[in-house]
Design a protein. Structure first.
Lengths: 167, 796
């Protein structure tokens, strides 16, 4: 079986995989990092989004062997070692942008990439269109959009602290 | 020291406790667990909608790499495995019981829908199990299929179940037909109208999953499953399918990624993995891929109705007559029979003083996936029917549609209000929610917005829906008399630990609702224990005494009320301990948020002083009081709760493409007392997204042979972020009069109230095209055709 060596959240792993093994299967089944989820089989829902070399990628549509030598970031690696949440994670909590939590890991990873790709800021419409590849059945997206807008302001240095949601 | 800030109690938007694990990838969903020696199951499903199974050959599959066993329906039947039970029995008009055909766990004589499970392959890896399942050879004798109710009811249609004449499950009715007919005879206006409530596929983001385990030492079984109600699964599967006593069967529903009803029911895969684990002595796990979810999760809605409304010359409703056909699918899912009857026909008074109502419902078997309660369940169907009917009636009578509603509202001073269809509403103020929504949506300013949109070449319309629903299910005696085979109380245990932290055990189950926060707020409010020191335990039959689970917006109204009752018992016992410690009479002890006080003095004891005394009873009234501080309460509600309100949608249709976009949406809901406004708003937002999805995007499509054409997320239109508008959510509260919290429930109002508001707006936008009705979903193709045939008509 082919061997794959890749870095996940700063740690290097080597694993034997089948040619057909998907990146998400390697992460979940072999490396036991179950924060990344599988919500569909047609690359539509985005629950499986991780970053491969800094770009958001659907790990259900990526073969593990394609990631040899790659640098992978997953939801488990976002918070600081002392437990401080990434500002996007904090914004999702502050704005109640998650309910059942299943789409959340992919949603957060997509959101961070979306903000990174728009260094000059995002309109609400750009956020909505940028979430085209992520499905949520609980929230209606309204609060996800607000959370991303609030996190973007901090990530892009427009505010030093995140704007609080109305109570 | 137990000090609670007032901001954590009832009414505070406390940020959710559960979010920390979900946001860091630490949720524990069923598919996340890894068990030593675990095996993987893959279910082979029927590719045919209706066929006789002549033979199943597992020889080749059994010898494939990694395969441990292949089981067929015959293996399960040989072992005495029972059929999947139905939890509700409806009676026909003539008093005879409904048809209730066997629902085998694995089909062994016939398959009755695409996706019907036929065999299971169990192997060392998921891929090996899948490869093996695909190598099982099934010889099918394909039979004619009935993919629609019309096809199933046609004389001479193939029988889906032996002994079920005409594929009819039941023919039920409610109301006095003669009295209603008489009301129609004297009416100034009779409005007749046919409509469809489109079939939806639930698509909770987490696919269903189940893990069976068997302990050879004790003989105990454990099922971990994506369920909204683990105790109910234990009861149904233990008693009816696998014949296991509750004491030998534990059911765990850990973090569950959305349910919306689709994870209430006892599914075949749960029995398959539990039974197989016992046979093999090893853990057996199964997780659906999304394609399987489409063809095996119970679907929702699917009604075809003929309606007639009688009104007097002033627009006052005199009577309502409804005839509905409801699709049951190929088998009866757990609660399917009650959805088009007691969750639908009993809601047909809505918010109106309709004096007489008659409704008959034919439930029909078809060669499709079973249909059951989904995100509103019966109430969206009733609401869509009524609120479209009101707009059609307004047009026919020439009375303004808002005014017509007002003329027929139940007045605030008419509560408790007895409807002609069995329910008694306890509270509400429909004028108030309508007025607030009309103001918030700037209904009066709409003509200017329409004119502005017209300049941009867009057709703009506005629509409203004044709705009501029944939830907080439900009084056991009432549902029992209506055919439920279970009670619908809820259970709560409050365990005050020696040093003052609290564990709550609840029979409700959280799969997105935020119970770990909201329920902790109840404890903070009542006992004065900070939210951070309150843990909510749910979803495990080995930990929680009992429970009926979460659906029908019942968790807070029923489960929360059980907790309040248990806390009353804690306080009563605490007072006796405090009286002893402070050498006072029990009658003189007052309690307020964590402090026991001798009335009129400065003598106090904190809750933690009481809990220490209760568990270290050195100085304790041991002769009259047991040590410990833990209480359990069962709460059986006296009535349903009746949330209601007004939703207003504004749409713009692009006549060039036919695409309708909701540009404004306003919801004003009366959900009773609000514990956590942030969570309530989120629940309504999500429900409205489902309602807009049903109105504009989503529908299940079968072809005439029963093939599921909308069988993937590439074919079934799930609402995405850019399909939806920002939604304005507000509440107007009247308290529920019969539960201790005054709460009504908020989980389903969005999905119930919104679809007719959207379609009313679509029809309004097309008012120049002579359109009386648009069936859901109002897709671009449908609207483009309407607009262009209208243009042609105008040109001719």
């Amino acid at each position: 079986m082919p061997q794959v060596t890749l870095t996940v959240n700063g740690q290097t792993h080597t694993a034997e995989v089948e040619g057909r093994t998907l990146l998400v299967e390697l992460l979940r089944d072999k490396l036991r990092m179950t924060g990344t989820h599988v919500g569909c089989d047609t690359s539509q829902c985005g629950a499986c989004v991780v970053h491969v070399n800094g770009e958001s990628v659907k790990s259900c549509t990526t073969l593990a062997v394609m990631c040899n030598g790659a640098n992978i970031s997953t939801i488990e690696g976002l918070a600081a070692a002392d437990g401080t949440l990434h500002v996007m994670q904090e914004a999702f909590r502050e704005y109640h942008a998650l309910q059942c939590g299943f789409c959340t890991p992919g949603m957060v990873m997509s959101a961070i990439d979306l903000v990174n790709k728009h260094p000059n800021g995002l309109t609400e419409q750009q956020i909505r269109e940028g979430l085209e590849g992520n499905l949520c059945r609980c929230t209606g997206y309204h609060n996800i959009v607000k959370a991303i807008a609030a996190a973007a302001e901090v990530m892009q240095g427009k505010r030093s602290e995140m704007a609080r949601a109305a109570d | 020291m137990n000090v609670v800030t007032p901001f954590e109690g009832i009414g505070a938007s406390v940020r959710r406790k559960e979010d920390f694990r979900f946001l860091q990838g630490r949720g524990a969903y069923t598919d996340d667990a890894e068990k030593p020696g675990q095996l993987y199951a893959w279910i082979l499903r029927s590719p045919h909608a209706h066929a006789r199974v002549k033979s199943v050959d597992t020889t080749a599959a059994a010898s494939m790499p990694g395969v441990v066993e292949i089981y067929t329906g015959a293996d399960m039947a040989k072992d005495g495995v029972g059929g999947l039970p139905c939890g509700w029995q409806i009676h026909n008009k003539d008093g005879s019981p409904m048809a209730e055909p066997l629902h085998p766990v694995l089909a062994h004589d016939k398959v009755r829908h695409v996706g019907d499970p036929v065999a299971v392959a169990i192997a060392a890896t998921r891929q090996q199990a899948r490869d093996a399942a695909e190598a099982v050879v099934v010889d099918y004798d394909v039979l004619p299929a009935a993919a629609t109710m019309a096809a199933a009811l046609k004389p001479g249609a193939a029988a889906i179940h032996d002994g079920v004449a005409g594929n009819l499950c039941y023919d039920w009715h409610i109301g006095d037909k003669a009295v209603v007919d008489a009301a129609f005879a004297g009416a100034a206006h009779v409005v007749k109208f046919d409509l469809v409530n489109n079939r939806l596929i639930p698509n909770a983001m987490e696919p269903r999953s189940a893990l069976g385990e068997f302990d050879r030492t004790t003989g105990d079984y454990t099922l971990t499953t994506t369920s909204q109600n683990p105790h109910v699964i234990r009861l149904l599967m233990g008693a009816h399918v696998l014949h296991l006593p509750e004491s030998k069967l534990r059911v765990i529903a850990p973090d569950v990624g959305g349910g919306f009803g689709s994870k209430i029911y006892h599914y075949a895969e749960e029995a398959i993995v539990t039974w197989s684990a016992g046979k093999l002595g090893r853990p057996v796990r199964w997780t659906a891929d999304r394609t399987e979810s489409f063809m095996s999760d119970a679907h929702g809605r699917d009604h075809v109705s003929h309606t007639e409304l009688a009104l007097d010359a002033n627009g006052k409703i005199l009577g309502l007559r409804v005839s509905t056909q409801a699709n049951m699918g190929a088998y009866l899912s757990t609660f399917a029979p009650c959805v088009p009857t007691y969750l639908y026909a009993t809601l047909l008074a809505g918010v109106y003083t309709t004096p007489v109502i008659y409704c008959e419902v034919k439930a029909v078997f078809t060669n499709t996936v079973p249909v059951d309660a989904y995100r509103g369940a019966g109430r969206p169907e009733a609401t869509f029917l009524l609120e479209r009917l009101m707009d059609v009636a307004a047009k026919q009578t020439g009375i303004d549609r808002v005014e017509l509603r007002r003329r027929n509202f139940i007045q605030p001073d008419q509560f408790p209000y007895q409807t002609p269809v069995a329910l008694q509403y306890d509270s509400g103020n429909y004028h108030a929610t309508l007025d607030q929504a009309i103001a918030s949506a700037d209904w009066a300013g709409f003509p200017a917005r329409r004119a502005e949109a017209a300049k941009r070449g867009k057709l703009r319309g506005i629509g409203c829906s004044t709705y009501l629903e029944a939830c907080g299910i439900a009084p056991s005696a009432v549902v029992g008399s209506l055919g439920a085979r279970a009670g619908l109380y809820e259970v709560g245990t409050i365990r005050v630990h020696p040093t003052g932290s609290v564990t709550v055990l609840t029979g409700a189950h959280s799969h997105g609702q935020g119970h770990e926060t909201t329920f902790a707020q109840l404890v903070a409010d009542k006992l004065g224990v900070p939210v951070a020191q309150v843990d909510i335990v749910h979803g495990d039959t080995a930990k929680v005494p009992f429970g009926m689970g979460t659906y029908g917006s019942r968790s807070l109204a029923v489960g929360g009320s059980a907790m309040m009752k248990a806390m009353d018992k804690i306080i009563a016992k605490g007072k006796r301990i405090a009286a002893h410690l402070m050498e006072a009479s029990v009658d003189d002890i007052e309690f307020d948020r964590g402090t026991f006080r001798v009335a009129g003095t400065d003598k106090t004891k904190a809750l933690v002083d009481i809990s220490v005394a209760a568990y270290v009873p050195h100085n304790y009234p041991i002769e009259e009081l047991e040590p410990g501080l833990e209480e359990t309460a069962f709460y059986d509600p006296k009535n349903f709760t009746y949330p209601g309100g007004c939703h207003i949608a504004e749409v713009e249709i692009d006549p060039e493409t036919g695409r309708a976009a909701v540009v404004n949406f306003t919801a004003v809901d009366d959900v009773g007392r609000v514990i956590n406004p942030m969570i309530v708003e989120g629940q309504v937002q999500g429900g409205v997204a489902q309602g807009i999805g049903q109105a504009l995007l989503e529908t299940c499509v079968y072809d005439a042979d029963g093939q599921l054409l909308s069988g993937s997320m590439m074919d079934y239109t799930m609402p995405r972020a850019d399909d939806l508008p920002p939604v304005s959510v507000a509440t107007h509260t009247t308290l529920c009069t019969h539960n201790p919290l005054g709460v009504k429930g908020c989980g389903e109002v969005g999905a119930i109230g919104s679809p007719p508001a959207v379609i009313n707006a679509v029809v309004d936008a097309l008012s120049d095209y002579g359109v009386a009705h648009v069936e859901m979903p109002a897709t671009p193709a449908k609207l483009w055709q309407i607009i262009n045939s209208g243009r042609r008509a105008a040109a001719e």
